[in-house]
Design a protein around this ligand. Structure first.
Ligand code: ZN
Ligand code: ZN
Length: 391
């Protein structure tokens, strides 16, 4: 795939009509927008139904209550409107900027600026979900930067370096989660598991561990259930696409399909074993034990190295840390920093989807192609053809 530099874009695309680079389905900016927004609504509705379904299923039985169902429906509609507005307004804003600049495209007003501006639609998501989306986009931008540095030869991400990142990230993340557990408030965060709260020392209780019952039972229970979750997750991914021929699909199960389960199981197993050991040795529980426990648990990453996971552990820790900074009033609350960060990330990622396709994270392709209902692929194809024809 070609990399489209600023120079190349402005040489080949500046004077091209916006119907070629933004709305090939109709030449008029006005009439084309009907089709653009219609596709965006359809794509967004399809994209979010799966995501919301999975998230609600994970919440279990309590979702069956009428009030919860109503809320889930409302959130789904809000997400759909969000996706549709972003996918649709990207084209409208870009057309508008082109018109304002004397019917000329520039490298930054094509996708970067329109998608930075329409990032404010993220306010449609309720605050709890918004935080998770912002977190995800930050992870994707870091992944993009790492790939950029790797491509230009400034950095090589070895398995060892990624493992180290994950170990440090896990250590800090679990430590901050346990600290936060003491105050009772919880920052919304998607992570493999939540460590148990620190047990306060009381005179009448002889239990020193953060859990009730024997340690081995506690550790083994974590290991077996997390192995199950990891394995079920892999199986769903292997079997679902081949649901029409289940026997063939089952025959394709290999040793590597156990890796996710092993990763989850050893992660929680090592963490719990180290915390229990330290509690018994010292005779009391402390949030600090999460540091060595999380660090060693990070070794399980070797079963399933994944750059995305390594980045997520570090940004998750950073997110918890920023909550502390907000509470201590070190970060100002009147400036919408998370919103600004989201807008910046979204602009950069959707820009890179078209001009740096070789290093843009795969998830961004999936997201833009589904939410625009395939329209982004048509636009990208036209962009490549325009650039190639003029070269
Ligand atoms: Zn237009
Ligand atoms: Zn224990």
């Amino acid at each position: 795939m070609v990399e489209i530099s600023k120079h190349l874009f402005e040489k080949t695309c500046s004077d091209v009509h916006c119907s070629v680079l933004l709305h090939p389905w109709n030449r008029s900016c006005w009439t084309s927008s009907i089709e653009t927004y219609k596709s965006a609504f359809a794509g967004s509705a399809k994209f979010y139904i799966l995501i919301h379904l999975v998230q609600n299923l994970m919440k279990g039985k309590k979702m069956l209550k009428r009030k919860e169902l109503m809320k889930a429906g409302e959130y789904y509609i809000r997400s759909t409107i969000l996706g549709a507005l972003i996918a649709g307004s990207c084209s409208s804003l870009s057309c508008l900027l082109r018109w304002l600049l004397g019917r000329k495209f520039t490298y930054y007003t094509y996708f970067l600026i329109p998608n930075t501006i329409n990032g404010v639609f993220i306010l449609l998501e309720p605050p709890k979900r918004r935080g998770l989306v912002i977190n995800l986009f930050c992870n994707l931008v870091i992944e993009f930067w790492i790939r950029l540095l790797e491509r230009d030869g400034y950095l090589t991400m070895t398995k060892g370096k990624q493992t180290f990142m994950f170990m440090v990230g896990s250590a800090v993340l679990f430590y901050l989660m346990r600290l936060e557990g003491e105050s009772g408030k919880r920052t919304p965060l998607l992570w493999l598991f939540r460590p148990e709260k620190v047990r306060q020392k009381t005179d009448d209780s002889k239990i020193v561990c953060p859990h009730d019952g024997p340690c081995t039972k506690h550790i083994l229970k974590g290991v077996s259930s997390y192995f199950g979750i990891g394995f079920a997750f892999t199986m769903a991914r292997v079997l679902l696409p081949r649901i029409s021929s289940p026997l063939k699909a089952l025959a394709s199960v290999r040793g590597e399909h156990f890796k996710m389960g092993l990763f989850f199981a050893t992660y929680i197993g090592i963490y719990r074993a180290v915390v229990c050991y330290l509690c018994r040795k010292q005779g009391y529980d402390s949030a600090m034990y999460a540091l060595p426990a999380g660090y060693l648990a990070g070794l399980s990453f070797l079963f399933k190295p994944n750059l995305g996971f390594a980045i997520a552990s570090l940004t998750g820790a950073f997110k918890l840390y920023s909550t502390i900074l907000y509470e201590k009033k070190i970060l100002p609350e009147n400036i919408p920093l998370p919103l600004m960060m989201y807008c910046f990330c979204q602009g950069l990622l959707f820009h890179s989807r078209n001009v740096h396709p070789d290093i843009c994270p795969q998830y961004v392709f999936k997201l833009t192609d589904s939410v625009s209902n395939g329209k982004s692929r048509i636009v990208f194809k036209n962009l490549l053809e325009t650039v190639k024809a003029a070269m």
